[in-house]
Design a protein around this ligand. Sequence first.
Ligand code: FUL
Length: 515
Amino acid sequence: MTVSRRLFVTAATSLAVTAGTASRASAVPSAAAEDPRYRIPVSPDDTEADLVRKASQVRPTARQIAWQALERTAFLHFGVNTFTGLEWGTGDEDPDVFQPARLDTDQWARALKDGGFKLAILTVKHHDGFVLYPSRYTKHTVASSSWRDGHGDVLRSFADSMRRHGLKVGVYISPADENQYLHGVYANGSARTPRTIPALVLGDDRSPDRFHTLDATDYGAHMLNTLYEVLTEYGPVDEVWFDGAQGHIPPDKVESYDWDSWYTLVRALAPDAAIAVTGPDLRWVGNESGIAREDEWSVIPVKENQYGRTDWALSYDTPDEGSRAALVKARPATDHLQWWPAECDVSIRDGWFYHADQQPKSVDWLTEIYFGSVGRNAVLLLNVPPDTDGLLHDTDVVRLREFRERVERELPEDLAAGARTLREPGRVTVDLGGEREVDRIRLAEDIRHGQQVEGFVVEAWRDGAWTQVTSAGTIGASRILPLPSAVRARRWRLRVTRARSAVRIKEFGLYRSRV
Ligand code: FUL
């Protein structure tokens, strides 16, 4: 069954089960229904030519286009682990360990903005289950800490600060939850039955004009209520980040996540939010080092897993996710070809959470990550963990600024901006009006028309002939190619040597770095 079908069935079921109650169900359209070209079904007898034609017809949704344009996004891992020194908490932490005495989320926002970041994602709940806002559905939250006399709300401060400084807001809500396991909710073996969201609690201060009835386990419903609070009280949210981990629970226990219901609720309450990375809108690049494949495809063979979860038809870390050979190899396991672009998550320090004995990566290393992610058709998600004071460490703040300045020096002014340009099918020729030195080339396809380029060369007119300067496979939304040494020429040409369908080049930028 496809995701769209499954979501439709769930919504229809919802309508049936809510009749006769005080609540009204929501019939939420699936992503596929919003934009049917976001994924195209594959059949077992598709030939290579069929697969390539279908891949060329896949288009991103408006939501995916907006997400891709962010280029630099940030992660903030913050919670009880910040104070216990762990990376994965246990769920039985005393909430009182959470004491960020000098919390200043405006400082986070200023530093991230100064680093060139457009969106920040906060770990509202990591695998330990400690929640950074006062939730109605668990006591394992900031409200149980003596910090700010139990009136602290990190999510509120974070969301307000980011918006004040022009950054978009994302939320990491861990599906794994050690605390809910200890309370007998997570992985308790309960049946998946229709649940009405939000579940009103004693003395509830809300009077929703709309309820959602969705299939879920006890824990699935807990997640839905958490999502409801976050998305209705702290929105608008532009990215919802779901990790796929199960946590440190005994091997005979399992919680089958109610992905379809969670996605349906997110779509209803935060229609602009990209659902990452266990989600339909974007995928994990497959490593935590921030480096994409040299040729990174956004059109990927996928299969559907339990409860509507999008999964790789090949594997998350295969070196080739989307070439012709990959499409053919994946065919027996493929349900659809889907626009599923890569996000590169990496931490500025070794750990995801702050540890005083770790140091941030050097500017050179961060620049390599930038070229390896934004320069390879992916979005960078760089983690910068707040410290035990509730601040980004000064060293990291300075490093972020130096990183942004370095990127600006790598790609200063585009020498081709305003130059005479000739556009022919599969070819763009630029006349700089005089000889100029170039050592960085930036290319982009107009992804509203899909991802089509499979091979290209860049040439410079030298000594009376077109001479190859560099070549590569894919372009996608953004490809940046540093040249080993500067090349001096007046006329430059991009020539596509292989493509799946008509190519629309959006950007052919020529730069002389100042590094
Ligand atoms: C992983 C988690 O287990 C890590 O703790 C971290 O949150 C990272 C971004 O995702 O899967």
